[in-house]
Design a protein around this ligand. Structure first.
Ligand SMILES: C=Cc1c2[nH]c(c1C)Cc1[nH]c(c(CCC(=O)O)c1C)Cc1[nH]c(c(C)c1CCC(=O)O)Cc1[nH]c(c(C)c1C=C)C2
Length: 538
């Protein structure tokens, strides 16, 4: 049957690949799918290098450039695991057990030493780092709601638990997830659980005691969870034993397997090196013309943009301020490899983070934290290198990037040497490792983590309405810039948008409503798919 509907997915990162993959799995033969990727290499900042080990001839070392592990928990964690199973890559999984030091020990560097990070909110409220500021934490039981729809993480946490809680603890976690500034990020979009506990119980602690604080799940999430647990009942066992996991060749295994599967399926026309420069929407004919820098234009029926919001904005004729409001931060990632014969960690664990109270811009050249790679994911190095390296990764910059690099030549090579020196000095001072690293590698990831500033969720709701009215279902969006920065969220949101777009076409083709479609109708959001429907439930 000749295709009657053509869907183009734009973006070659994990979101674009996953969207194309979910489309390919469920689309009827009447739907043609094209994936347009601007670069030659797939996967975005989820990439790794396998390099020769200079200290152990014959051995190789895996160096991750960006995120290095996934969490199996939650609905988005389950969804990724289902994808791993369907891709047939379970044999290369490297799970980290919940009882390992990496699962139990996460640290904060403060006042010249490492302190164990609390593993729960209650543990945090009584953390010794808070010292004399501790009684302030009791405020949570009496202080009133702010009455605002959103505020910064710092405002929320300081109001409820005191400034120490924000500056000494929460700011470190914000460095370890968003590389972001606690005084600018939205509490509602980043720590939604805290926001809802206050709203529903008037107190975070009380809410937790009363059994609140569970994951925030939309009607789509409930359905998805039900489907996955029915289809793969054994996943529960893996989830209950595993803290985090990766693959023998790093997280890039996932994007490579997706790409391979897409090619094998024969369902998706993958066009690499396709740099899109403009999208023209013709609502009366219900077509989108995609103009590219280096290829002939392409006319399709629907576009799913898996691009950073600012990039998408530059392709559209209409102005959408919601797409350009939030910035993304740049992170320098420095891999340091030592021979374990002459470099050891005093306390094994996952790594450590620097809180705001450390004034990292001034004292640590903008260091956000250090991951102890060889301690958390232990079996990625091969041959004689296995178990004989101490592999660390320093993450530097984020919201402090511009400030710490302002006096430097902005040339990438010079910046990389500055960050390498910072990383080496940090490890020497903070971890008392005097040996020189055998191997060092730096990568500067420009604008790699979106920053959900205060009001983000409301902006996403406005954008949902604008996309609906301005493009009438011809444009949907997905990716880290919208409703979740984690790899798991990106994959699940890609699935949601792919399935919703397909169900829309099914309706156009007179087929019966799917369960998802009925759900969407229930919430009054069935007339056009934007990918932002879930913003109304968070
Ligand atoms: C030191 C900086 C960073 C570290 N990791 C990241 C940065 C900027 C990036 C990052 N970390 C997480 C995410 C989201 C999840 C994902 O993509 O799967 C991102 C983009 C996860 C994460 N890391 C830490 C926490 C508490 C979380 C949330 C989920 C979880 O509990 O796993 C803590 C943490 N990150 C880093 C260190 C050294 C560290 C703790 C000691 C590195």
């Amino acid at each position: 049957m000749a295709p009657r509907t053509h869907i183009a997915v734009i973006g070659g990162g994990i979101s674009g690949l996953s969207t194309a993959w979910y489309l390919a799995r469920t689309a009827p033969p009447s739907v043609a799918i094209t994936l347009l990727e601007s670069s030659k290499r797939t996967g975005g900042w989820i990439s790794s290098d396998r390099v020769k080990d200079p200290a152990h001839p014959g051995g190789t070392i895996l160096l991750e450039r960006g995120p290095r592990s996934l969490r199996p928990q939650g609905i988005s964690g389950l969804n990724t695991l289902e994808m791993v199973g369907d891709l047939g890559i379970e044999s290369s999984l490297v799970p980290v057990s919940k009882s390992s030091p990496a699962a139990k020990n996460r640290f904060i560097y403060s006042r010249n030493k490492l302190h164990k990070l609390p593993s729960s909110i209650m543990g945090a409220l009584t953390h010794p780092l808070l010292g004399p500021k501790l009684p302030r934490a009791g405020l949570d039981l009496v202080v009133a709601n702010s009455g605002q729809e959103d505020e910064s993480i710092q405002e929320f946490v300081t109001r409820r638990f005191g400034k120490g809680f924000s500056d000494d603890l929460i700011s470190a976690m914000v460095h370890g997830i968003y590389a972001g500034d606690v005084s600018k990020l939205s509490v509602r979009s980043t720590f939604g659980m805290l926001y809802h506990l206050e709203k529903d119980y008037r107190s975070v602690a009380l809410g937790l005691l009363m059994g609140g604080g569970g994951p925030i799940e939309t009607p789509w999430d409930h359905k998805l969870k039900e489907g996955i647990t029915k289809r793969m009942p054994d996943l529960g066992d893996f989830v209950s034993k595993t803290s985090i996991y990766s693959f023998t060749d790093g997280l890039e295994v996932l994007s490579r397997a997706l790409e391979k599967d897409l090619k094998n399926s024969g369902r998706v026309d993958i066009r690499k090196d396709s740099r899109v420069k403009k999208l023209d929407f013709d609502l009366s004919r219900r077509t989108v013309k995609i103009s590219m820098k280096n290829h002939e234009p392409l006319s399709v029926d629907h576009v799913i943009a898996a691009l950073p919001p600012r990039k998408l904005h530059s392709l559209l004729a209409k102005d959408h301020p919601e797409l350009v409001y939030d910035p993304s931060v740049t992170v320098a990632v420095v891999n340091l490899v030592y021979s374990s014969e002459n470099a050891k960690l005093a306390s094994p664990g996952f790594g450590y983070l620097i809180p705001r109270s450390e004034d990292s811009t001034v004292k640590h050249n903008g260091l956000l934290g250090v991951v102890y790679d060889s301690c958390s994911i232990t079996s990625q190095d091969q041959g004689p290198s296995r178990d004989h390296t101490l592999k660390l990764t320093a993450m530097i910059g984020g919201h402090m990037f511009d400030e710490v690099t302002s006096g430097h030549n902005q040339n990438n090579e010079e910046l990389e040497s500055f960050f390498i020196e910072t990383a080496k000095e940090t490890v020497r001072k903070h971890l008392q490792i005097e040996a020189a690293p055998e191997l060092v590698k730096a990568h500067i990831h420009r604008e790699c983590i979106p920053q959900y500033l205060v009001g983000h969720l409301e902006r996403m709701q406005t954008l949902d309405e604008r996309l609906r009215s301005d493009y009438d279902g011809l444009l949907a969006v997905t990716g880290a810039g919208y409703l979740g920065v984690s790899v798991n969220d990106c994959i699940k949101n890609a699935r949601e948008v792919a399935e919703a777009v397909l169900s829309r076409f099914q309706e156009d083709e007179g087929e019966e409503d799917s369960e998802e479609k009925k759900e969407a109708k229930l919430v009054g959001k069935h007339e056009a798919v934007t990918g932002l429907e879930r913003s109304w439930f968070l």
